[in-house]
Design a protein around this ligand. Structure first.
Ligand SMILES: C[S@@+](CC[C@H](N)C(=O)[O-])C[C@H]1O[C@@H](n2cnc3c(N)ncnc32)[C@H](O)[C@@H]1O
Length: 274
């Protein structure tokens, strides 16, 4: 990826950090009081964490990274935005949790980090910041011990096609050209004064799965969930309930949990998540 895109994204994410630290969405004060931990389906994906070495790539301000450490894992978090890493370190200290936070570009994570990990984790709004998924997954493979596991949770590519009215506005398929995204606040605060544009890439399901294969990883499971993680996903689920009642009941708690955190949709029409 061209350095100018990385640099612009780094600045954009650094600018978001102070707004995220005081946002309702991240609810840092509640987090410090221990009110947020890993979600049940995440715990299921990780399995037993005690004593495991875990690296959380693109960890942002480190909330889920710290939660992993609270489960007994030995955790490293890495993110491009150095301001996010500064806040993550402070937060870990305040929570009295030991985490090794490092600033860096994920494409270089296997050079920056010299150790190997039982689990590599990437989560919630990550693939759209990267143009070359095969390269990303090769880095993941290099970071894993033999037999180690890679856990990736991200938005469904279908979601990126929708505008705020849940109408299809963007193509599902895209070329490898970046989309220049004008700053319009940040998803946690649409009024935030963000000045730097960002660059994003849109990947379809086949691209993701084929890149996992091309990097030499073995796909063990691929899940789709009937609930959302970000404002648009929550709105989509609320307005388009899944058909089978049993499904809705199973996941009712997840959705309530998200809406309680104020994950409503305030993004202007025509823009993608991000
Ligand atoms: C939406 S956040 C991810 C959320 C985070 N995983 C969590 O659980 O809170 C996206 C993060 O990716 C980081 N990022 C973007 N491009 C990156 C890159 N090339 N290398 C490392 N981190 C990157 C941003 O700085 C930002 O913190």
């Amino acid at each position: 990826m061209q350095p100018k895109y990385i640099e612009s994204n780094r600045k954009n994410w650094n600018e978001r950090v102070p707004f995220h630290m005081t946002s309702e969405l991240y609810a840092i004060e509640d987090f410090k009081k221990g009110k947020r931990e890993l979600r049940p389906f995440e715990k299921e994906l990780f399995g037993h964490l005690k004593g495991k070495k875990v690296v959380h790539l693109m960890c942002h301000i480190g909330l889920d990274t710290i939660s992993l450490a609270k489960e007994g894992a030995e955790v490293t978090g890495l993110d491009l935005a150095d301001d996010a890493i500064v806040e993550a370190k402070k937060l870990a200290q305040e929570c009295k949790v030991k985490v090794n936070f490092v600033a860096g570009n994920v494409y270089e994570a296997d050079k920056i980090l010299t150790e190997k990990f039982d689990i590599v984790y990437l989560s919630y709004g990550v693939l759209c910041w990267l143009n070359d998924l095969t390269k990303l997954f090769e880095v993941v493979k290099n970071l894993l011990v033999p037999g180690g596991r890679f856990v990736l949770i991200d938005d469904h590519p279908f979601l990126a096609m929708l505008n705020k009215d849940l109408q299809i506005e963007h193509a599902y398929f895209s070329n490898n050209e970046p989309e220049r995204v004008e700053p319009e606040g940040t998803y946690a605060d649409r009024t935030a004064d963000i000045k730097t544009e960002s660059y994003q890439w849109w990947h379809n399901v086949a691209d993701i799965i084929n890149s996992v294969k091309a990097a030499g990883l073995t796909l063990e499971s691929f899940n789709e969930y009937p609930f959302g993680f970000w404002p648009r996903g929550c709105t989509a689920v609320q307005h388009c309930p899944v058909r089978r009642r049993s499904h809705r009941q199973i996941h009712a708690t997840d959705r309530a949990d998200h809406s309680e955190r104020g994950w409503d949709e305030r993004r202007p029409s025509g823009s993608r998540p991000g």
